[in-house]
Design a protein around this ligand. Structure first.
Ligand code: SER
Length: 590
C-alpha cells in the first residue's frame, strides 16, 4: 500500500463513521502568533476543542501538514523528520474513549477497511495517573477487549499526557506502538518494552488524547466544558510500518527524493545521514515556501533559512553541485500531486527561493568556514565571534553550534542570544518561546481582533478603494496588525474615516454569522479573501451584518465573535510602509 492509499483509507474509514473531512490548514497558523508553525493536527482546532462550535460538526477528520524543528538534530536517524503529515480524527464533545479506541484498533488491523497491520505486533501504553487525573483504567479495560493484557503498559505523564504547550486543552493519552523488528518481539516486561522503544524496535504509530482538561501557565486547572478526542497518527511512520521498513526514508514518501539525491551526488551516496538531512530539509523548505514563508532572520523565515543553509552544508558533504539542490522540488511536487497541489503550482517560486538562499549563503560560506576554524581553534567560540559568524557570514547559531560540536569546541550561546537580542530586537529564544503557548492562551481577545480585522479590511476598501487586498495579518491578545496593498501613505483624514466606519458598525451591533458554500457561490456573492483553487470545494464565509446592512463578507476559517457590539472601541495606532506598495496598520480595541 502506498502513502496516498493509506491517507485515503484513513479519511474514508472515518468518513464512513460520521466524520466530515476538512482540508489541512496552512503550515503557518493564521491567527496564532504563539506558534510559528502548526506542530500537531489539533493546533488549528484549539478554539473548537475549547468549546466554540465547529461549523462542520462535532466529528472531523483530516491530514494536517505540520512542522516540528525541536528535534532537528535527530534528523538522519530512522524516524525523525521536520515536516510531516498528521492523520487525525476528532470528537468535539461527541464520542469518547470507547469509540476512539475501537476505531483506532479497527483501522490499524482491519484488512478490508484499514491497514491490515498484524495485531500481535501492537503494544499499547495508557496513563498511570497523578495528582491532575486518575489512572486511566477505563482506557485499559477497553483495550483489553482487543489486545492481550501483557501488551499494555501504564506510563507516567511524561509520556502519556498530551498538551500543545503551557496553555490550552490537554489530557491523558493512550499510544499505540508497532513492532518493526524482523522476527517480532513477543511478550515483554515493561523494562524490556522501554528498551525496545529506545532502540526504535517499536515505533509510535498513533496517539489518542482524551482532551477533557485545561492547562494554564503550565498547570492543569480543571476540566473543560466538553470531553474531546484528539487523535494523531504520523503518516510517515505509519507508512513505514505498512511498508515493512525500519526507517521513514525507505518508504515511498522519501524514496523518489533520496533517489534524486543519489543522482545529484554522482550515483552514489557516501553519507547516509547527510542524504537523509538533505531530503528532509529540502522537502520541509518546499512546503514552507509553498505556504508563503520566505527566508529571513526572524520567526518562520529564520527556521526556513536554517533548514536551507543546513541542507546546503550537507549537500557539500555529498558532492552535490552548487545550484542543483532545487531540482528536488519537482520530485516533491510530483509526490504530492492531487494532495497538496499548491506545491506543484508554485514550483518555480520555490525553486527561485532555494536558489536565492543558496547563492546568498555560498557567497560567505567559504570565508565563514575559515573564520570559524580560526575562532574555534581555542576550543571555545565567544559570543562576539558567534554573532560575527551570524551577522557577517550568515551562519545560524545552530550551525555554529553543530560545527563546534564536531570540533569538540563550545559556544557561548547565552552571550550570543544577548547580542542577538540587542541587535535584532528578537532573540532566537524569543522565537522559540512562540512554540509554547497556544491559541487557547488568548482566544477570547484574539477572536475579537480577528473580527476587527475583517472590519478593517472592508473599511479600507470603502475609504481607499477596491484595490486594497490583504497581504498578511498577525493577531495577539493585545493588538492586530494588518498588511494590505496600497501605494501611498494614508492621510489623517483617511485613518479617521476608517476608524469611524468601524466604530459605527460596532455601535450598530451587527450580527456575525457564517455559511458554508461552494467557492463559486462565494465568488458570486462577492466575498473577499483567499480563494482556493479546487472546483466545487466548500468554503466558509463570514458575514458581518445582514441584508441591506451587510458590511463585510469574507472567506475565513473563523472563529469570530457573534456580534460586533462585543468589540469595544477601535483605534489605529500606526500606519506605515512595509514594502513597495504594501502598508501596515497596527490597531487596538479599547
Ligand atoms: N495531539 C496529539 C499528538 O500530536 C494527538 O494528535 O500526538
Amino acid at each position: 500500500m502506498n502513502s496516498k492509499e493509506i491517507r485515503n483509507r484513513f479519511l474514508s474509514f472515518f468518513e464512513r463513521r460520521g466524520h466530515v473531512i476538512i482540508p489541512s490548514a496552512p503550515l503557518v497558523p493564521e491567527n496564532d502568533p504563539s506558534v510559528l508553525f502548526n506542530t500537531a493536527g489539533m493546533q488549528p482546532l484549539v478554539p473548537y476543542l475549547m468549546g466554540t462550535p465547529h461549523p462542520r460538526g462535532a466529528r472531523l477528520a483530516n491530514a494536517q501538514k505540520c512542522v516540528r524543528t525541536q528535534d532537528i538534530d535527530e534528523v538522519g536517524d530512522n524516524t525523525h523528520d521536520t515536516f510531516f503529515e498528521m492523520l487525525g480524527n476528532w470528537s468535539l464533545g461527541d464520542y469518547f474513549k470507547e469509540d476512539a479506541i475501537k476505531w483506532s484498533y479497527e483501522f490499524l488491523t482491519s484488512k478490508d477497511e484499514g491497514l491490515g497491520l498484524d495485531p500481535t505486533r501492537l503494544y499499547i501504553t495508557v496513563f498511570e495517573g497523578n495528582d491532575d487525573a486518575p489512572r486511566d483504567t477505563e482506557a485499559f479495560e477497553i483495550w483489553k477487549k482487543y489486545v492481550p493484557e501483557n501488551h499494555i503498559y501504564f506510563m507516567p505523564a511524561k509520556s502519556n499526557w498530551w498538551s500543545p504547550g503551557d496553555n490550552g486543552p490537554c489530557g491523558p493519552d493512550t499510544e499505540m506502538f508497532y513492532d518493526v523488528t524482523e522476527n517480532g518481539l513477543g511478550v515483554m516486561t515493561k523494562d524490556e518494552y522501554m528498551a525496545a522503544d529506545d532502540r526504535q524496535d517499536v515505533v509510535e504509530i498513533w496517539n489518542d488524547v482524551f482532551m477533557e482538561y485545561e492547562k494554564k501557565e503550565g498547570k492543569v486547572i480543571g476540566k473543560l466544558a466538553q470531553k474531546n478526542v484528539d487523535t494523531g497518527s504520523g503518516l510517515e511512520r505509519i507508512v513505514m510500518a505498512i511498508q515493512g521498513k525500519n526507517n521513514i526514508f525507505d518508504t515511498d514518501l522519501f524514496v523518489p527524493i533520496t533517489e534524486k539525491i543519489k543522482a545529484l551526488s554522482g550515483g552514489e551516496i557516501k553519507d547516509i545521514r547527510a542524504s537523509r538531512i538533505v531530503a528532509d530539509h529540502v522537502r520541509t523548505a518546499t512546503f514552507m515556501i509553498a505556504d508563503g514563508v520566505r527566508s529571513s532572520n526572524t520567526d518562520q523565515g529564520y527556521i526556513l533559512r536554517r533548514l536551507l543553509r543546513r541542507a546546503v552544508r550537507y549537500a557539500d558533504v555529498l558532492g552535490i553541485a552548487h545550484g542543483t539542490l532545487a531540482e528536488i522540488v519537482s520530485v516533491v511536487a510530483e509526490k504530492y500531486q492531487g494532495v497538496y497541489d499548491n506545491v506543484g503550482a508554485q514550483a518555480q517560486t520555490i525553486i527561485d527561493e532555494i536558489h536565492k538562499e543558496e547563492d546568498k549563503f555560498r557567497k560567505t560560506l567559504e570565508r565563514g568556514m575559515k573564520e570559524f576554524i580560526r575562532v574555534s581553534s581555542g576550543g571555545e567560540v565567544s559570543a562576539e565571534d558567534a554573532f560575527q559568524l551570524f551577522s557577517t557570514y550568515g551562519f545560524p547559531l545552530e550551525m555554529t553550534e553543530e560545527l563546534a560540536k564536531e570540533q569538540n569546541a563550545s559556544v557561548d550561546k547565552d552571550g550570543f542570544n544577548e547580542a542577538f537580542r540587542k541587535h535584532q530586537e528578537l532573540s532566537r529564544a524569543g522565537a522559540e518561546q512562540k512554540f509554547k503557548g497556544g491559541l487557547a492562551d488568548t482566544s477570547e481577545m484574539s477572536t475579537k481582533y480577528h473580527t476587527a480585522t475583517h472590519m478593517l479590511n472592508q473599511a479600507l476598501r470603502t475609504v481607499l478603494g477596491e484595490h486594497v487586498s490583504q497581504k498578511g495579518s498577525n493577531i495577539t491578545a493585545e493588538r492586530l496588525r494588518f498588511d494590505f496593498s496600497h501605494n501611498e501613505k494614508m492621510t489623517d483624514e483617511e485613518k479617521t474615516a476608517v476608524e469611524n466606519i468601524i466604530n459605527q458598525k460596532i455601535a450598530e451591533s451587527l450580527p456575525v454569522t457564517y455559511e458554508d458554500v461552494t467557492i463559486e457561490e462565494a465568488r458570486k456573492r462577492g466575498a473577499i479573501g483567499v480563494f482556493g483553487d479546487k472546483y466545487g470545494e466548500t468554503v466558509r464565509i463570514y458575514k458581518i451584518g445582514e441584508g441591506n446592512n451587510r458590511f463585510s463578507l469574507e472567506i475565513c476559517g473563523g472563529p469570530h465573535v457573534q456580534n460586533t457590539s462585543e468589540l469595544g472601541h477601535f483605534k489605529i495606532l500606526k500606519e506605515e510602509a512595509v514594502a513597495q506598495g504594501i502598508r501596515r496598520i497596527k490597531a487596538v480595541l479599547e
